[in-house]
Ligand binder design. Structure first.
Ligand SMILES: *Cc1c(COP(=O)(O)O)cnc(C)c1O
Length: 390
């Protein structure tokens, strides 16, 4: 029997709602991954990715696997055994970076910050001063486990000043908040398709500066991963018109990414960031009207991922189940040290729209009332509407 998934509204930490334009692009006819028409189309994807990342880096392409593979691609290509890496951790994903470093046979020097706060620049500067021979400074620009944005421009500057390469995770950032690879001077940056690009999961856009590309091309040892070795991948994705088979590209998923990037280009980067901010603002006032608090300090908040504290006496897992079963609405649970303490409400890409904000507020309000909270029904949506009307 065919599988027919339920229709959900996705307001968790990803995947986000897929734009129907992208869904139909996915269904277009599959052609060969070396078809001349496909080669031309690949070049368009690269140009669209350069726009999204705000970079002119030639080595800009989608890795054929989800965001975690983009992370791994950055580490395995830049690192060789014995290298030192300063890794900033203020949530789950910094921990995964550490795991990648160690598995490359390199040494991870950890700079820890409280979960829910931004990366402390002074601590990073101190770690750089203490370990001046480190090769890479790695950090997460948009921490999805906590809804925090860190100062990527300043962190990349610290790395550059110390002669280190910067390695940036912006899986949740791209399309939702400013990502300016060239202006930041970032050297290796990866993202994902299923967050603010609102495409299906399964691809990871990456971009490497000329300096990073040089490091990759002049390694002493081969990249430990054959599949993710950029020296080999470039034989397929590279600039010349002669393309050699490396692996079979996920042809239809790439149709989806192309459509997602086209949508972003049509809307414009600034307009997309402004839309994410507006819907965040509407969600925020709606939540506050119910007495719910956003956990992250205002200046560090990611508009596309909202960390909400759970009121006393509420069974948070039961409430999420109610949202899913009665409203077909998915929101995220807390991760790691925040498990059971917060909800994570995503407003990413196509999910970042007024209809979703209103549905989420109404569903939360009703479900909190059902669990015994004394709230005035309808107040949350009215508060959000006031933001949209302003
Ligand atoms: C989602 C996410 C990843 C991993 O991406 P997958 O597509 O799940 O592999 C990495 N880093 C951050 C910050 C993320 O939010």
């Amino acid at each position: 029997m065919s599988f027919h998934p339920p229709r959900r509204t996705l307001m968790g930490p990803g995947p986000s709602d897929v734009d129907p334009r992208i869904s139909s692009a996915l269904a277009r006819p599959t052609i060969g991954h070396l078809d001349p028409a496909f080669i031309e189309f690949m070049d368009e994807i690269k140009v669209l990715l350069q726009y999204a990342f705000q970079t002119s880096n030639e080595l800009t392409l989608p890795v054929s696997a989800p965001g975690s593979a983009g992370m791994e691609a950055c580490f395995v290509n830049l690192l060789e055994a014995g290298d030192k890496v300063i890794v900033c951790q203020n949530g789950v994903f910094g921990g995964r970076m550490q795991e990648n470093v160690v598995r490359c046979g390199a040494e991870a020097i950890m700079v820890q910050d409280e979960w829910g706060t931004a990366i402390d620049l002074d601590k990073v500067a101190a770690a750089i001063a203490e370990h001046p021979t480190a090769k890479v400074l790695a950090f997460v620009h948009a921490e999805t486990s906590t809804g925090v944005e860190s100062d990527a421009a300043a962190l990349c500057q610290l790395a550059a000043d110390a002669g280190m390469l910067s390695l940036v995770d912006t899986v949740t950032g791209l399309g939702g908040v400013e990502v300016a690879v060239d202006a930041w001077g970032a050297d290796a940056v990866y993202s994902g398709t299923q967050k603010c690009l609102s495409c299906v999961p399964g691809l990871s856009p990456v971009t490497f500066s000329a300096k990073a590309a040089e490091v990759i091309q002049s390694r002493n040892t081969p990249v430990q991963s054959w599949f993710l070795d950029m020296n080999l991948v470039m034989g397929y994705w590279g600039g010349s018109t002669k393309r050699a088979y490396h692996h079979t590209a996920p042809v239809n998923t790439l149709y989806g990414l192309h459509e997602a990037l086209t949508i972003l280009h049509e809307e414009g980067l600034e307009a997309s960031w402004a839309r994410h901010r507006l819907n965040h603002e509407a969600l925020k006032v709606g939540l506050e009207s119910m007495g719910l608090e956003l956990v992250v300090a205002e200046r560090d908040r990611l508009p596309q991922l909202n960390l909400v504290s759970i009121p006393d006496g509420i069974d948070e897992a039961a409430l999420r189940a109610t949202l899913l079963n009665d409203y077909d609405l998915e929101i995220g649970a807390g991760l790691g040290v925040l498990a059971g303490k917060v909800w994570r409400i995503g407003l990413m890409g196509y999910s970042s729209r007024p209809t979703n904000v209103r549905l989420c507020l109404a569903a939360l309000e009703n479900s909190l009332i059902a669990q015994g909270l004394s709230l005035q029904g309808g107040k949350a949506v009215a508060a959000a509407n006031a933001v949209y009307a302003a």
